[in-house]
Design a protein around this ligand. Structure first.
Ligand SMILES: Nc1ncnc2c1ncn2[C@@H]1O[C@H](COP(=O)(O)OP(=O)(O)OP(=O)(O)O)[C@@H](O)[C@H]1O
Length: 588
């Protein structure tokens, strides 16, 4: 059987392009512009692209290399064929296009494409008309100079897209940095090229110009401007540091030009994920676009470019710390979350965080380096609650405490030995604190035995143990301390209460295996109220008072309240109230 050629349903292909490849029919202008620029590049001399609008018709004139009649048949009318690939099918380096489908995007806005062209290689002018239905015709054309004019008449629903203001806007967006002369209806679109490559009389003026550029593009005054340069990717550009905090999850959307033609305004994946505090504008000669030309093609070059750009931002930060600490602090106040995230993987950043970033400590906000210097035995806790509970008491015992409860903080603290093995910031187990508290002298201790026994009875059912110690701050009547092991035990006991019989046995066996202290209610002998309570003689009143202290210690320490705790708290409150207001006749 004879071999047959594929048939292509052009409408189907155009539909595919518009629905699945391009995000918007606006790309039609980019594709025409790109072809004109490539034709000029192919001709080898600087050239000019003129776009004319009006009356629902768009014309794109270029003085590029043009096409011979033979090329018209071969290139314009064959989908997927391009003059911009070499014999092996690789994209030729100098050109923007490569896939051989771009011209079809004109069918997104028009039913008919007319190309009048004359080749620089000689031969007569040719007129080619392609129809969205899938047919084309070629006839003699009229044109004196080499070059090409592509004309489209807007389809009914696409009038807006071919209207003068929209065409001007699209031409400016895609083409304003092109290294050729581009006009729309006689008005210049291209100017002096990328602003970061322009020449300025002095650095201050350059900075002002870039600030203004950033304001125009992104709508903010940058905190700083970082020059970018990655030779292997032919990349130059600038990173604008955001003047406001952003969520680390915010997608880093950058404005990317490839060979001076805009790829897209919201390109992702150009920078490492942690670099969410900058917005970049770059032009790259070597990075590749995806077929839609709306994103970067993920390859090794893009990966190494990303690393190089990340390095550049890192250097900027390190340099800032050396030359302008006040500014660095300003930056860190804005973007500390990002910097902390970087510090988890990067020793330079970790050093920077250690030296410059303020953490919450028992001595107020302070850098970790400074805090270690002042409090050699400093400890940290891993939750904000624990910090609130313990920082005052701990500091009063001379044990400096760092709050490791915020995002990344504990991981950062635990990673510190990576930059200096001498650094020892150990976690604090609350139960340890009692070892810093003063014990009473044996005489006083002995005298308090009957009170302690009554106090213990008052909270026995609640599973805690009453001790009495002498500690600062004196204003604190009582402290409820759970060690990690005690916490675990309490959780188990609760689980057992909730679990069915069989499972309760298993949990019971487990619980037996965990040898742990019970949580402690530490009464502060230094506190005047507590001291008066220890002197009470009446058992009933001791019970109410100790239960009151217990409840207050739980509340103060932000400990979760179990049902039994709430009941006890209520009972003691009402009991004490009753006692306070009971009628004088009953006698005090
Ligand atoms: N203005 C022009 N001047 C000269 N040749 C052109 C012009 N426009 C299109 N061509 C020729 O038609 C071919 C097909 O163009 P088309 O835009 O479909 O694909 P492409 O530019 O090669 O690749 P891409 O799909 O990536 O844009 C081009 O390779 C080029 O040879």
């Amino acid at each position: 059987m004879a071999e047959q050629a594929f048939q292509v349903d052009l409408r189907g292909v155009v539909d595919l392009l518009s629905r699945h490849l391009y995000s918007s029919p606006r790309v039609y202008l980019r594709e025409l512009l790109q072809n004109a620029v490539d034709a000029i590049t192919a001709r080898g001399a600087g050239g000019r692209v003129r776009i004319e609008t009006g009356g629902g018709v768009l014309r794109v004139h270029d003085d590029g290399v043009g096409l011979t009649e033979d090329e018209v048949h071969r290139l314009l009318a064959t989908i997927g064929r391009s003059s911009k690939r070499d014999e092996l099918g690789f994209a030729r380096h100098d050109f923007l296009g490569q896939f051989g489908i771009g011209l079809l995007s004109a069918f997104l806005v028009a039913d008919e494409i007319e190309v009048v062209t004359r080749s620089a290689k000689g031969g007569a002018a040719v007129r080619w008309v392609g129809l969205a239905g899938g047919s084309y015709r070629v006839e003699p054309g009229e044109r004196d100079e080499p070059g090409t004019t592509v004309s489209l008449r807007a389809r009914q629903d696409a009038g807006e897209l071919l209207s003068p203001p929209v065409v001007r806007e699209l031409a400016a967006a895609y083409g304003s940095l092109l290294p050729i002369e581009l006009t729309v209806d006689g008005e210049a679109v291209t100017g002096d090229g990328p602003p970061w490559q322009g020449s300025y009389p002095d650095p201050a003026r350059r900075r002002r110009a870039l600030d203004a550029y950033c304001k125009e593009l992104f709508g903010f005054e940058p905190f700083d401007v970082i020059d970018l340069d990655v030779p292997e990717a032919g990349l130059t550009g600038v990173a604008f540091v955001l003047p406001q905090p952003v969520a680390p999850s915010a997608r880093g959307a950058h404005r990317v030009y490839l060979k001076r033609m805009l790829l897209a305004e919201g390109v992702e994946g150009l920078l490492p994920e942690w670099a969410f505090f900058v917005r970049c504008v770059v032009d790259a000669g070597e990075l590749r676009p995806t077929a839609s030309r709306e994103a970067l093609y993920e390859d090794e070059l893009l990966e190494s470019t990303r690393d190089a750009l990340g390095d550049r931002l890192r250097q900027w930060l390190v340099r800032l710390s050396e030359t302008d600490p006040a500014r660095l602090r300003g930056f860190l106040r804005l973007h500390q979350l990002g910097v902390k995230a970087m510090a988890l993987h990067d020793d330079d950043m970790l050093r920077l965080v250690d030296r410059w970033l303020e953490f919450e400590t028992s001595a107020g906000p302070m850098t970790l380096a400074e805090f270690r210097r002042r409090h050699p035995g400093a400890r940290y806790v891993t939750s904000v609650e624990e910090f609130r509970r313990l920082s005052a008491v701990s500091a009063a015992q001379g044990v400096g405490l760092v709050n490791g409860g915020y995002v990344h903080d504990t991981e950062i603290i635990e990673r510190l030995p990576a930059i200096d093995p001498e650094i020892a910031l150990r976690p604090l187990d609350a139960a340890e604190l009692t070892t810093h508290f003063g014990v009473l002298d044996p005489q006083a201790e002995l005298a308090l035995r009957p009170f302690l026994a009554a106090a213990q009875r008052a909270v026995e059912r609640l599973g805690c143990e009453v001790v009495i110690r002498d500690f600062d701050p004196a204003s604190l009547p009582a402290l409820y301390l759970t060690s990690r092991a005690a916490q675990h035990r309490a959780d188990m006991a609760e689980a057992r209460e909730l679990a069915g019989d069989l499972f309760a046995d298993v949990l019971g066996a487990l619980q037996g295996a965990v040898q742990a202290d019970r949580p402690q209610l530490v009464l502060n002998h230094r506190n005047p109220l507590t001291r008066r309570i220890t002197a009470l003689a009446e058992d009933g009143l001791i019970e109410l008072a100790v239960q009151g202290l217990y409840g207050q210690a739980l509340l103060l320490g932000h400990h979760p309240l179990r049902a039994a705790d709430t009941a006890v708290l209520n009972r003691s409150f009402l009991g004490l109230l009753e006692w306070a207001v009971h009628s004088p006749e009953a006698g005090r």
